[in-house]
Design a protein around this ligand. Structure first.
Ligand SMILES: CC(C)(COP(=O)(O)OP(=O)(O)OC[C@H]1O[C@@H](n2cnc3c(N)ncnc32)[C@H](O)[C@@H]1OP(=O)(O)O)[C@@H](O)C(=O)NCCC(=O)NCCSC(=O)CCC(=O)O
Length: 336
């Protein structure tokens, strides 16, 4: 099977909509809503079509395509710079220590403080692979293709990259964190807020959120327990982020309490470890399996291929065909 990651096109709408229905809802960056998806594809087309190599509130939507069937197998997204149009809020987990001489007691209170500390960062998200295609390495191809895209267009992205993992949801589809905190200020349940959020964005939450620090001791136990914990279905995504060097720095989503992971862009493994080299020969001996990318903007392609050589490369014929590279072309590659 031959798969390639490529930029989205307006004609992906129907296939993207079918895939969005498979997420089971609650997947903010891939809502099963035609209007929202059409807008996202339009934004992505504008981002890939932008001529200035600078960061901005741009969304790059990447598509994993099965080259044999022409079908879409997954998506991944990159937000070049968050918090440019609307503030990007997060809760920061912190400690306030106080001492009473009379009581001879030191007391540490854990607090959630509303911040916009990640303003200006780039964000990766919206990673979704068709359930039929999972557990075969394609999740890694999709996720890591974004880092090669960033490396290939470095000036368009920030010094830091973040990723938000979904927080814990209970059996009834509710969010203990939402119920214990934000829900008190919105007059709606988590699912209702979640659907509104997927289609209209996060902003209404930020608008109505209490702006004062929250003492964690005052939250219900169920909410306290899930602060900074990812939803069990996000474990594969979290493992891949950690393998790239992302860490949880104590920031959580104001909506569901899920962890925000962060890394310095130039230290992300797939970015720091990638090398550019020319292709000297297509075909030849089977080499090492690598993640290979080529092309700029709408011409960007990323796929697995077998490489041998160093300063000049040999690439297997199938990999070269998936990428559309010929002898003399330069590719960006990183170990699998
Ligand atoms: C996340 C993906 C795309 C991952 O694809 P696959 O399942 O094919 O991945 P895979 O190749 O099987 O596994 C990738 C790595 O995760 C590990 N892995 C897999 N399942 C695991 C689990 N339950 N617990 C811990 N680790 C696990 C594998 O061992 C492997 O690491 P080794 O190679 O070391 O063995 C998929 O599962 C998916 O579409 N899930 C549903 C949607 C979702 O949860 N999306 C993420 C949302 S969060 C988001 O979008 C922000 C984050 C982001 O964008 O990156």
């Amino acid at each position: 099977m031959s798969f390639v990651v490529r930029p989205s096109r307006a004609s992906d709408l129907d296939a993207l909509y079918e895939m969005a229905k498979l997420t089971g809802g609650g997947f903010t960056n891939l809502p099963p809503d035609r209007r929202a998806l059409r807008n996202r594809l339009k934004a992505s087309e504008e981002a890939f079509g932008k001529s200035a190599d600078v960061p901005g509130p741009d969304i790059y939507l990447l598509i994993l395509e099965n080259l044999e069937t022409g079908r879409i197998a997954g998506t991944a997204q990159i937000f070049a710079q968050v918090g440019q149009v609307f503030p990007f809020y997060s809760y920061r987990l912190g400690t306030l220590t106080q001492h009473s001489r009379e009581l001879e007691r030191t007391f540490r209170a854990e607090m959630l403080t509303l911040t916009t500390d990640y303003e200006g960062a780039s964000e990766v998200g919206g990673l979704f692979l068709h359930p039929r295609e999972r557990a075969g390495g394609l999740g890694l191809l999709l996720a890591r293709s974004r880092y090669l895209f960033i490396r290939q267009h470095r000036a368009r992205f920030a010094e830091r990259v973040i990723a938000e993992l979904r927080g814990v949801i209970d059996e009834a589809g509710g969010s203990p964190f939402w119920d214990g905190l934000a829900g008190k200020f919105f007059g709606m349940g988590f699912q209702e807020a979640d659907e509104f959020n997927a289609v209209n964005g996060h902003q209404f939450i930020a608008d109505l959120m209490p702006k004062h620090p929250i003492y964690i001791a005052m939250l219900p136990e169920a909410a306290r327990h899930v602060i900074g914990l990812p939803h069990p279905s996000g474990r594969a995504a979290m493992k891949m982020l950690e393998a790239e060097g992302f860490r949880h720095e104590g920031y959580v989503d104001i909506f569901d309490g899920g962890p925000t992971m962060a890394a310095r862009t130039d230290t992300i493994r797939s970015i720091a470890g990638a090398t550019i080299a020319p292709v000297a020969r297509v075909g030849g001996e089977a080499g090492r399996r690598a993640l290979v990318a080529t092309g700029r903007l709408t011409g960007f392609r990323c796929a697995f291929a077998d490489l041998s050589g160093g300063d000049v490369l040999e690439i297997d014929a199938a990999g070269a065909a998936a990428l559309g590279v010929r002898e003399g072309d330069e590719v960006l590659h990183v170990e699998r």
